[in-house]
Design a protein around this ligand. Sequence first.
Ligand code: ASP
Length: 408
Amino acid sequence: MTISRRDFLGTAVAGSLSLGLLDSKGNGQESKKNEAVPSGKRPIIICAHNGYNYLDDAYPFLAAGGDTLDAALKVVKGPEDDPNDTSVGLGGLPNEEGVVELDACCMHGPTRRAGSVGGVRNIKNVSQVAKAVMNHTGHVMLVGEGAERFAVAQGFPRENLLTEHSRKIWLLWKEYHSTGDWWGPGLADPHWQPPREKPQVGLWQERYRRLDEIAANLGIAPEFRNEAVHKVLFPPTGTIHCSALNDKGEISGCTTTSGLAYKLPGRLGDSPIIGAGCYTDQDVGSVGATGSGEENIKVAGAHTIVENMRRGTSPQDAGMDALKRIARNYNNDMKKLQFVDMVYYILRKDGAYAGVSLWDSYEASKPHTIAVHDGTKRQEKTVALFQGASRDFPPDPKVPAEVMKEFK
Ligand code: ASP
């Protein structure tokens, strides 16, 4: 494969240039048209930032000949089991009725199979249930009660996934709650209006104080109150995707999540959707996503990126194209796109990889990263389509800086 100096240098600058490359229809010009990108190292695992701590076990397992899907599942089991990760598995923030509903899918490249589960209650390791669907049924996807019953039949224990910590945050959300929820109109509604931008210091101080008081009444310990208040005002997102490639070139991927906090019961995001939250093709590579699930479903993000790479587009450009499609779906209206965010984790069969995101950070000071282990474990910043930080949805006027400072 030809390697040019520009290929190595291109990665660092493409993100900052790419916004300017969108044309008026948002079709975008390729920032680096189909240039050859050097192969990476094998074996390699890439995943979302919350998988970082679990790469230490999974990488040696993969390097010693362990199956690629099992290696990826080892990584995502970490956050699924961790009660303090409020975006995945046990301790995930619940839906609007206080029930944790989990989504997951997986694809096994070498055998070209897939499994998926959605809206599963009471079972923590849904990524493994997705694998069981793949291994033990003639189906690809099971949802809801049927998926739960299948998991129990397969020996997965039923347990209460709502930790005290998450229950209290949900109660705080319930008690405080106003109109800022997931009921319509959504971002895609033609009548949707962005919030008023005028900072309202008094209003925000009042909100924080009220929430702090309710949190105290609910028995949320003082050291957790600020976190709880933030999770009510700005419902967090979070998920983990992981793709693993061995030295023989076998590749697999999986994605698992509790989905959007306080979502409507029964809502499925992109994570269990083969082709959106995860897509693996043994001939090409493996891609996963975290972020605004509804937007990712509409562009079939993971599949789009794999297909771009099949045609010879570099991992980074393949991902940028999917991000531009998301922007195009909103006619590049930045008033709306500021509330959308997306990260793609892209691994090509030869070990080349990229992490790309719609925005470079999700709060002013928190850049999007991907975790990588190819013999060296590290976190790398993603390459972003837009510079700056996304804003949380449901929207609210920006919190004035002085209020943020007071209550952080
Ligand atoms: N993509 C997930 C979903 O929409 C959420 C996330 O990744 O934060 O359910």
